[in-house]
Design a protein. Sequence first.
Length: 457
Amino acid sequence: MALGFIKKVFTFGKEKPIEQQAPEEHLTPAEAAAIEAEVEPRSREEDLPVSPVDPVAPVEMETAGGPAADDARNVVEPVESEPADEEPSEEELPPLLPGAEENTEIGIVPLSLLEAESEAGTESSPVSEPVLPKGFTTRVEEVPEPEVVTPRMTWYQRLRAGLARTSSQLTGQITALFTKRKLDEETLEDLEDLLIQSDLGVETAMRITGALSAERYGKDVTGEDVSRIMAAEISKVLSPVAKPLQLDLSHKPHVILVVGVNGTGKTTTIGKLAAKLSGSGLKVMLAAGDTFRAAAIEQLKIWADRTGSEFIGTKLGADAAGLAYDAFEQARAKKSDVLIIDTAGRLQNKAELMAELEKIVRVLAKLDPDAPHTVLQTLDATTGQNALQQVEIFRNVAGVNGLIMTKLDGTARGGILVGIAAKHKLPVYFIGVGEGVDDLEPFEADDFAKAIAGLTH
């Protein structure tokens, strides 16, 4: 009876669920013997637990009436393990938990061991770097160097940089001319020739030499003296033509016709003007009147999109005067404040070009007797004396009444603007020193004169 009871306790829950087993007090000796006979002995290797902790509470072992109450099962007391050199008998093997017989081949891992393995797994183990063969290396993350922000130059600094070629050549030659020499007639003649070669014009050259002679004749003269006097005289020539562009907004639209030789920056200048006007709140329309160049039409469309201006164009080779007519009508219907019309500039065929410009002017005059209200000519500062000839041609045909000097970069021959101003007395509204929108600024006579003379601001 006692052997049967111990056997039953050790196999508790193995054969049947707890609720299906009858309490021990209802078993007869015969039934206990039968249950004992049915128990299949297990091998020691299968039953040997991994952990010395008995999963069955001692309360259950000591309860003669069967399993203990639920509140007693939570009490687990440590069980003294047997000496390592003694093999436990079958009766001393710890019982399996319910359903554990299905995992006998794998083995039962106690909770304490699982927790220990889990804690050990959280600790990061050092990873050894691979040893690469010769000729290989590991990739090293490059840290980008901080970007160096170059301060933007002021307008005068950009202007002086644009006129650097003119001023450096001129001042260098003047300094060499007056080294250890007094101001006499021969020196004045050499200086006059030097100024004329710098595209300043005969009139401006005579003004500079006359002012220098009145102040320093017969005395020692330095290059700084000549530069100071030269800047003052150039400023006197340019000041009368340095005027702002007047817009008569009582005319809607105020029509600006832009002319000039191809390559002088007409389309880019139109885009810069549109940016300034639209930025001030005016409604602007751009018309691609250079119908002989597809690139000019596309470029002007880009500028219109960039500046938020209306755009009107036509197919390649279409009549430019017809486009000007349509553009004026649309600008009037949309109540645009300013209409800027681009034109072709093919001086290689002067007769055809002049006829086309004359036709555009006639068509606009039919729509508005005062149109075009402003005719601007773009001049390339790198062309030198050719710019003087271009002004004469376009002024006779299109009635140019204002100038814009472009491309005042390091290769500029900016002295020609002084010669043009002295001869034609045409207003100079803007000068450009680059391709950016902000590189077109109102013309300032004093700044331009000082930049040519190589003086600091």
